[in-house]
Design a protein around this ligand. Structure first.
Ligand SMILES: [Mg+2]
Length: 249
């Protein structure tokens, strides 16, 4: 039996966990649109290469004084020689006007929506623990696609408010410190063996969602596993002090 009596916070990954978004399909579409939007500044292929390299710099950074955004921008502008004054307005208009059109197919998952509603109704702290390599605008937009606009999340990690990325354990440590929680008080729910299950290194319990499973190079065994359709039952199964184990319904 898993002891859930101290459970306070549920950390949910976003893509492939709460929304039916397959990043391997979405990223090429995203890069194509971004490349076209900034085509007057530099060749799309060169831009994408620079963004990938700067994203890697951001993921590898372990300086707690630099936000992910700081690292990305420092690396990107040095690498490309672009002027921030010229590039920023174009990035902003991309995320405001173009990114919202990229949803493409229907990404909503009713079971995931139900799970979040249950978690919030049962008084759990809910964190959107999506890899903070994107600006807040792009994360809020994906939440909107998924039917999670205006939900009372305790924290949504983005490149502005985080100093580490998945799969670094420091990312999860930073979430714990922002929440003021111990690992024993949290679950991490995600579809990526490497990026999401690494939370177990800190002692956080993990639930692997297998619909859009991204296997890792290392074999890590989750505390529990299932599918998006199982998420409402999973949330209901968590015991809380003063709350019947059958849930609140
Ligand atoms: Mg994911």
């Amino acid at each position: 039996m898993i002891d859930n009596s101290k459970m306070k916070s549920l950390l949910f990954d976003l893509d492939g966990t709460l929304i039916e978004l397959d990043m391997s399909v979405f990223l090429p579409r995203y890069f194509k649109a971004l490349g076209e939007h900034l085509a007057d500044l530099m060749k799309p292929e060169a831009l994408i290469t620079a963004i990938l390299n700067s994203t890697e710099a951001m993921i590898n950074n372990l300086d707690p004084k630099m936000s992910n955004k700081d690292v990305f921008e420092q690396d990107f502008f040095k690498r490309t020689g672009l002027s921030p004054q010229i590039a920023f307005p174009l990035f902003d208009s991309f995320y405001e006007q173009v990114f919202p059109q990229l949803a493409g197919t229907e990404v909503r998952n009713l079971a995931a929506q139900r799970a979040i509603e249950l978690a919030l109704a049962r008084g759990f702290e809910v964190v959107i623990a999506t890899n903070p390599v994107f600006p807040q605008k792009a994360i809020f937009e994906r939440l909107r696609w998924g039917g999670f606009a205006n939900k009372k999340f305790n924290l949504i990690t983005s490149y502005e408010n985080m100093h580490f990325c998945k799969p670094k354990p420091q990312y999860y440590a930073e979430i714990l410190s922002k929440l003021g929680r111990t690992p024993a008080e949290c679950w991490m729910i995600g579809n990526d063996v490497e990026e999401d299950l690494v939370a177990a290194q800190l002692g956080i319990k993990t639930f692997l969602v297998q619909d859009y499973l991204i296997p890792g190079s290392k074999k890590i065994t989750p505390t529990k596993k299932g599918y998006m359709a199982d998420l409402p039952d999973f949330v209901n199964s968590l015991n809380r002090e003063g709350i019947p184990s059958g849930g609140v319904e």
